[in-house]
Design a protein around this ligand. Structure first.
Ligand SMILES: CC(C)(COP(=O)(O)OP(=O)(O)OC[C@H]1O[C@@H](n2cnc3c(N)ncnc32)[C@H](O)[C@@H]1OP(=O)(O)O)[C@@H](O)C(=O)NCCC(=O)NCCS
Length: 196
């Protein structure tokens, strides 16, 4: 099972079926701010929906197509950060994330995304990490911008959000760039999820 300690108060762990209730509570109490940017929120109405999400995440992990982790902040589930898509032909990963409302504004996500990139670059040997965010989603765009991703372009009408199409800002980080920015953050090799 995946557990990656980032610092004294923050860790990433695999979401497991017994996390479904807490994950649903966090989603439910945060739905007002989440639904603006995350289309799946309106379809998440019970613990069973969160459980189905965790089940499909675990299946994608076992097929090495994705890695979805819960963010533990002071041992509480605070949000989710994931490689939503892993492309092994090109050693590339695409990151997505959200935080529960009470946990925003503490620098949790910037550290969680940094930790996941450390893991992706140093343990999975990914060469390219991508983050996409709706152009108007300034809080989300602040994450790759603070981490010094390169904005590589804008994808027109990339996502349907509440019946209208939204443009995405596309950000990329190469392993060579990340290693220069954070040379001393090699994480421990994790044999359960290595590239074959
Ligand atoms: C995107 C999202 C995760 C960003 O959350 P966040 O709390 O702003 O991000 P961080 O955890 O990195 O915290 C950064 C904020 O904490 C502040 N902060 C406080 N202490 C800090 C510290 N020690 N280190 C860094 N930042 C700190 C920063 O100043 C910043 O606040 P500001 O934006 O008002 O300047 C959140 O808004 C969210 O879940 N949005 C809805 C879902 C979503 O849009 N997902 C992305 C889809 S692409």
């Amino acid at each position: 099972m995946f557990l990656f300690q980032i610092d004294d108060e923050l860790a990433l762990k695999h979401l497991e079926l017994h996390d479904a209730n807490r994950l649903f509570q966090l989603t439910d109490q945060s739905r007002h701010h989440l639904r603006q940017w995350l289309p799946w929120v309106d379809g998440t109405n019970s613990t069973a929906d969160s459980k189905a999400f965790i089940q499909s995440s675990l299946k994608a992990f076992s097929n090495r197509r994705a890695l979805t982790t819960g963010i533990l902040y002071k041992s509480e589930l605070a949000g989710v950060v994931a490689f939503n898509h892993l492309d092994w032909a090109n050693n590339a990963g695409q990151i997505g994330y959200w935080l529960g409302t009470p946990y925003q504004g503490n620098g949790i996500m910037i550290r969680a995304v940094s930790g996941l990139i450390d893991y992706g670059v140093y343990s999975l040997a990914l060469n390219r990490i991508e983050i996409r965010a709706a152009v108007a989603n300034t809080k989300s765009r602040a994450i790759p911008e603070r981490l010094r991703f390169v904005q590589e372009g804008q994808l027109r009408q990339a996502e349907q959000l509440h019946a209208s199409y939204t443009d995405h800002a596309l950000y990329g980080m190469l392993a060579s760039e990340w290693k220069q920015l954070r040379p001393n953050h090699a994480s421990n090799y994790h044999p359960a999820f290595h590239k074959t």
